[in-house]
Design a protein around this ligand. Sequence first.
Ligand SMILES: Cc1ncc(C[n+]2csc(CCOP(=O)(O)OP(=O)(O)O)c2C)c(N)n1
Ligand SMILES: [Mg+2]
Length: 358
Amino acid sequence: MAQVLPAERDLRRVIGDGDGVPDGEVEGLSEQDLLELHRWLVLLRTYDERSVVYHRQGRIGTYAIYWNHEAMQAGSVYALEREDWIFPSYRESAIALLRGMPASTILSWWRGHPAGWWDPRDWNVASICVPIATHVPHAAGLAWGKKLRGERTCAIAYFGDGATSEGSFHEGANFAGVMRAPLVLFCNNNQWAISTPVSAQTAADTLADKAVGYGIPGVRVDGGDVLAVYEATREAVTRARAGGGPTMIEALTYRVAPHATADDPSAYIDPQRVEEEKQHECLGRYEAYLRRLGLLSDEAAEAVRVEAAELMRTGIAEAEAEPPPDPGLVFENAYADPPPSLAADLADLRRILGAPSA
Ligand SMILES: Cc1ncc(C[n+]2csc(CCOP(=O)(O)OP(=O)(O)O)c2C)c(N)n1
Ligand SMILES: [Mg+2]
């Protein structure tokens, strides 16, 4: 019978604390892999920090900050193959950077510009999902379809702690369990759903416990430990490819930024707890680990940061160079048979925007 693996109820960790807790290591990762993971973390961190600045400068719209979530994203994607499908939520908006998507595409998405609409088949990365958990059944269906076709491709769906209260999560998890779909259900448990704490979200001891009801294994990892996340995801993917069906990974972290740029968490969060959590944020922990191993020099760390900063400078310049979109797109893609009043609404909008009429 499937169960939450008893040995894994405690959080899985690889990175020590440089003091009483010793460092572990992940079998099969070379020094080059370890440094590439560092590059990925810096890339995601830089994207996030620059995006908050661009938002304040009015260059992108509302933005969902993911500071301190990078280890969950980089560690899990590193365990995938290029053919595997990624289903991100808004919290993983920049995850396709890790597959080489230009930063300008994602920045365009946050600018509400059609240049941000990518073809999911180009990257095997589905559209960013803003409705909570509605992409979980999509991911389960895609994974099942790949299995039916005899392909070895897996899918991974990212969602938050709050998403585990949504019907779509349960439908997707149940379906994937029954069909033994090659799916990784990756829950970023940042302990908040906007202002709702995880204690008010569920009466279950852990979110991984929910996997039991669907006959799938649930594992818990330290979401700030990029190597533990990598290892847990690699095991899940290996099980999926071998026909073992889905796995749910609950990665525990703490949201140290506002939910999004439109949120003021001072109304509900304990600022002291936030400050404490920031002290062991995921990039700093990994850099300390690499330095203890003698793998990361100041010069190498600086070179990676310079590269990421340059990528963002190019990204925002390219996004801002896009010509203004045709307002007609909003209308054309809303209805198969548009009601007649839309034509008048579009004409009004064009006039207000000073856009040429079609
Ligand atoms: C179906 C649906 N209901 C409500 C919302 C409004 N909403 C946006 S983010 C959010 C909280 C989600 O929290 P969680 O799943 O923990 O993800 P996190 O934002 O912490 O990554 C809610 C309720 C939504 N986007 N979709
Ligand atoms: Mg959350």
